[in-house]
Design a protein around this ligand. Structure first.
Ligand SMILES: Cc1cc2nc3c(=O)[nH]c(=O)nc-3n(C[C@H](O)[C@H](O)[C@H](O)COP(=O)(O)O)c2cc1C
Ligand code: SF4
Length: 484
């Protein structure tokens, strides 16, 4: 990239930021977080190494390498922490992966075959394509060293010497920011060979992604990183045994890595106590939709949804009578929940799962009482149809069927049989595909029909009461019905 095009990118980014400011959209330095660990004390300018170190940055790395001169917590031995001690601390903290599934991070790290004689890789998933999610780009833009330090600690714990951060293809300025931070860390001896004078080596590289949603799926990401078409692989084998270039690989989300330095600095127990049992620490929620102050909010795991809504300024135009209708609590692939259920939930993996949805990536999409659920589902279904990589038939064909059916209901051409057909197509996608994109397309359909069936029926009845059935017409079924 030339200097000129780089400055064009920066100018474009400034334009976008000032547009956000003009519309009142918040990023992450609004001061309305609760006990933040990753987004604490950020102002948009203090992202450099010196700023990060002033906030306690790289102390965790120094601690595990024994540079703080202190033995590990609860021990009288030599300074520093062994890889096993680091993994045990992460397990004790109850840190769960922030990329969507909430898989326990310490457990994932323990799957890495540390004694494998060949190359092992560490990969950060900064693809962040889930509609509604915008936290990882803020972390990389405004606190990039937290990701670098978290990756270095993870690499030490798993005996890995090479890592990549795969950054979404459409956020070039963020890629440049991360690269600049990486250069600073390398120059300071925090990344590279013999880190801080120890025998620990870790080479970290920024990799530019290709802007496709499916490249966020971990095995599609690995394919893309290898320079191939970003299509998911069959699992097993899992990346821990067959990952990048066929070598053992651990993949975590950006926010997962960014959470690690605080956890190691303050200890697993302190991290766990910040959240609730089995859901340690804080979580960054990207709150969007019909709220007064959309933005990224970092709050302890287990914070009531009602509190999060209040931080985001409440439902937009509440004074004009708008009320909360529904919430998609964890990104577009998580099932919608009606207001009455959401207002009883706390924001953590277990509470949202118990309510019938998923915390996912933490993208909280708020919908007010004017939202048409058929229209909302139509937009979601279009997205999944568009993003399907096409490898498996149920997903490639089924996502198109779903969209076409919802589209015709929305356009007033729905049939009485469509709701059963929609559920049946969703059933035939879910659990029958190579990757979870198929599930992600099916789950919102079933949830929308479950909670808002009356809205679909109202549109269908409007159509059938207006329609004059042609003589001798028979009910089309299956693919013919879906494609009509
Ligand atoms: C279609 C699809 C898209 C995904 N996109 C992302 C993404 O953008 N970022 C991410 O971290 N995980 C994404 N995931 C989840 C990853 O496959 C993987 O589980 C995650 O990166 C693991 O990190 P964690 O353990 O820290 O959560 C996606 C999964 C699917 C099925
Ligand atoms: S489920 Fe969809 S996106 Fe995933 S591999 Fe199959 S076709 Fe591709």
């Amino acid at each position: 990239m030339t200097l000129a095009s780089s400055s064009n990118h920066n100018a474009a980014a400034q334009g976008v930021l000032s547009q956000f400011a003009a519309t009142g959209v918040q990023t992450c330095f609004h001061g309305r977080h609760i006990n933040p660990q990753i987004l604490a004390d950020l102002d948009g300018r203090n992202w450099r190494l010196a700023d990060y170190e002033a906030r306690g940055g790289y102390q965790a790395l120094r601690k595990i390498l024994g540079q703080d001169g202190k033995p590990p917590r609860g021990s009288t031995g030599a300074p520093g922490m062994t890889p096993d001690q680091v993994i045990a601390e992460v397990k004790a903290g109850g840190l769960r992966g922030r990329g969507g599934a909430g898989f326990p991070t310490g457990l994932k790290w323990s799957f890495m075959p540390r004694q494998f004689p060949g190359q092992k890789y560490l990969v950060c998933n900064s693809d962040e394509g889930e509609p509604g999610t915008s936290k990882d780009r803020d972390i990389m833009q405004y606190n990039p060293h937290s990701v670098i330090e978290g990756m270095a600690i993870a690499a030490y714990a798993m005996g890995i010497s090479v890592g990549y951060n795969y950054i979404h293809g459409e956020i070039f300025t963020t890629y440049e920011r991360f690269q600049e931070a990486l250069d600073e860390a390398r120059a300071a001896g925090l990344i590279g060979n013999n880190i801080l004078g120890s025998d620990f080596n870790f080479q970290l590289h920024a990799a530019h992604g290709f802007g496709a949603y499916i490249c966020g799926e971990e095995t599609a990401l690995l394919e893309s990183l290898e320079g191939k078409k970003g299509q998911p692989r069959f699992k097993p084998p899992f990346p821990a045994s067959f990952g990048l270039y066929g070598k053992p690989t651990t993949i975590n989300n950006t926010e997962t890595f960014a959470a690690v330095p605080w956890l190691i600095r303050n200890g697993g127990q302190a991290y766990l106590e910040c959240g609730k049992p089995n859901n340690g620490g804080t979580k960054i929620y990207s709150v969007s939709g019909d709220v007064e102050l959309p933005g990224n909010y970092e709050v302890p795991m287990g914070t009531p949804f009602a509190k999060l809504l209040e931080l985001a300024g409440g439902v937009k135009n509440a004074k004009e009578g708008r009320t909360l209708k529904a919430v998609i609590p964890g990104g577009s692939s998580s099932p919608v929940l009606p207001a009455s259920i959401m207002m009883e939930c706390t924001m953590d993996y277990d509470s949202i799962a118990k309510a019938g949805s998923m915390l996912g990536s933490g993208a909280v999409i708020v919908m007010d009482d004017t939202r048409c659920m058929v229209e909302s589902l139509k937009r979601l279904s279009y997205f999944y149809m568009h993003e399907s990589c096409g490898q498996c038939t149920p997903c490639r064909e089924g996502t198109g069927w779903l969209w076409r059916m919802v589209d015709r209901i929305h356009n007033g051409h729905g049939r009485q049989s469509d709701l059963d057909l929609l559920n049946s197509v969703a059933d035939n996608i879910q659990g029958r595909t190579i990757c979870a994109l198929g599930d992600a397309a099916a789950m919102p359909v079933r949830a929308m029909i479950k909670h808002y069936r009356h809205e679909f029926e109202a549109l269908i009845q409007k159509n059938t009461s207006q329609a004059v059935a042609p003589q001798g017409a028979t009910q089309a079924t299956g693919r013919a019905a879906a494609q009509a």
